[in-house]
Ligand binder design. Structure first.
Ligand SMILES: [Zn+2]
Length: 455
């Protein structure tokens, strides 16, 4: 909400000028602003903080009004807060042994009904979000969790009651019987059941809808199951139609060329993970009459595949051999797909699929390293993809994603130049999210996860 519209009482305002920073604003065609200044105008209204970037530019061109508090960045680098377009927020990437089978499924279903478990789950979610925020991630998209805990945390966050990034949540996913991620999703069979659970999730105040129209890696039982189309086109269409009637985007888990084609024809707005695709599918992604906004974006998640394959290569098994094999197939498809998106100008968002062992809520910077490795792009381009391009992909670019006047003050400050080494993003020295300023943030590493190893 713009500050100009804030007329309620009990409002306290503060204005800050961040000076002497090297500003990477998130726009791909903009150079770094050397010795730049950002003017931020914030107000707190009944616990809720609003903030707007008023001006950005070279310090020589910006006059700082007398009522601004000045914070010098002393030549450090400032860039928009990162956006994790694909994560499962209550999960922290703890390394674990492969778990599957009916017994485990039964145990998990029982656990979900336990109050004690629900409390621990909400606590873990909060802890994870503090970590994400302290790592400079100012927007996260929750891609399926079964208990609507992300909705509850978003409400707390909006009231200023807790430290967390901006949360955009799907609540539980929706998949058919036996489908991928069915332990964290509603089970729906047939178009009307998909409509029913879209309606249920909307009633529970989710922000968008997640469906799973193909099989996935983490619960696959045979090679080729990941990417196998498991929803009928009429089910995909029904889910999209119902969500779009309510002005909500639809994301679908998709890991094969046929899966891409059918999801996109059905009107899906963002393809999660992705695959290679043919020309007809590419044209539809650029101009998709059935989607909510007229186009379909893709969110690759290299970290997840890399963590499974790389660790298996080191003899650390967190998935079955079948799942490792499927991961290799999926990674190859995902790389081809993302490269084709770049070539054809299809919108890309960035996510790491934090839930997979070794993929944490705070190490999204590694996904940028993998984008550079697999797509052959510059560091600047990777930062653009994880900020402004991601904001566009998930529909929040009016609010965040770049350091530009009129947007929310969502940014991170790092000591070294990330255009030289992306590892500079691993430990920001300051984070600002929706007007909340965190000086010297501390990331609490998950035990057993080696922060600085890429593979
Ligand atoms: Zn996922």
């Amino acid at each position: 909400m713009p500050l100009a519209n804030q007329t309620r009482e009990k409002m306290s305002a503060h204005k800050i000028a961040f000076t002497e920073g090297n500003i990477i604003d998130g726009c791909l065609d903009h150079d770094v602003i050397q010795n730049g200044t950002i003017l931020v105008n914030s107000a707190t209204d009944e616990g809720r903080t609003y903030s707007t970037i008023d001006q950005v530019g070279s310090s020589n061109d910006i006059e700082i009004p007398g009522d601004y508090r000045v914070i010098s960045l002393n030549g450090r680098y400032v860039l928009p807060g990162l956006i994790n377009c694909h994560a499962h927020l209550p999960f922290d990437g703890t390394p674990k042994q492969p778990m599957s089978g009916k017994k485990v499924e039964k145990l998990i279903r029982k656990l979900k009904r336990s109050t004690l478990f629900q409390r621990a789950y909400a606590g873990k979610l909060k802890k994870n979000m503090v970590n994400a925020l302290n790592a400079g991630i100012t927007t996260v998209r929750g891609m399926a969790e079964p208990l609507y805990a992300e909705v509850a945390l978003r409400k707390e966050q909006e009231k200023g009651l807790c430290a967390a990034p901006r949360i955009i949540t799907a609540g539980p996913g929706i998949c058919p019987t036996g489908g991928h991620a069915n332990l964290i999703s509603w089970i729906a069979d047939g178009p009307w059941e998909f409509r029913k659970y879209v309606r249920k999730n909307i009633h529970e105040e989710v922000d968008f809808i997640k469906i799973l129209s193909t099989g996935g890696v983490t619960d696959s039982r045979f090679v080729g199951e990941a990417g196998r189309v498991i929803m009928k086109p009429e089910e995909i269409e029904a889910a999209c139609d119902e969500a779009h009637r309510n002005n909500m985007l639809v994301a679908s888990h998709v890991q094969s060329p046929l899966g891409m084609k059918e999801a996109i024809k059905g009107g899906v707005d963002t393809i999660e993970h992705g695959s290679d695709f043919d020309d007809e599918t590419a044209d539809l992604m650029l101009d998709n009459p059935k989607s909510l906004r007229g186009y379909t974006a893709v969110v690759p998640t290299f970290s997840a595949a890399q963590a499974i394959i790389g660790r298996a290569g080191e003899g650390i098994i967190t998935m079955t051999n079948v799942q490792v094999e499927n991961s290799k197939i999926i990674l190859e498809r995902m790389v081809k797909g993302a490269r084709a998106c770049l070539d054809k100008g299809i919108r890309i968002g960035v996510g790491n699929d934090a839930i997979v062992p070794y993929v944490t809520q705070y190490n999204l910077w590694k996904e940028l390293v993998l984008l550079v490795k697999y797509l052959g792009i510059s560091h600047h381009h990777a930062i653009h993809l994880a900020t402004l391009s991601s904001a566009k992909a998930i529909g929040v670019d009016q609010t965040t994603g770049s350091i530009e006047p009129g947007k929310s003050a969502d940014f991170m400050v790092v000591d070294q130049n990330p255009l030289d080494d992306l590892k500079a993003l691993a430990a920001p020295s300051m984070v600002c999210c929706m007007g909340r300023l965190i000086d010297s943030p501390v990331i609490r590493e998950v035990k057993g996860v080696d922060t600085h190893r890429i593979i």
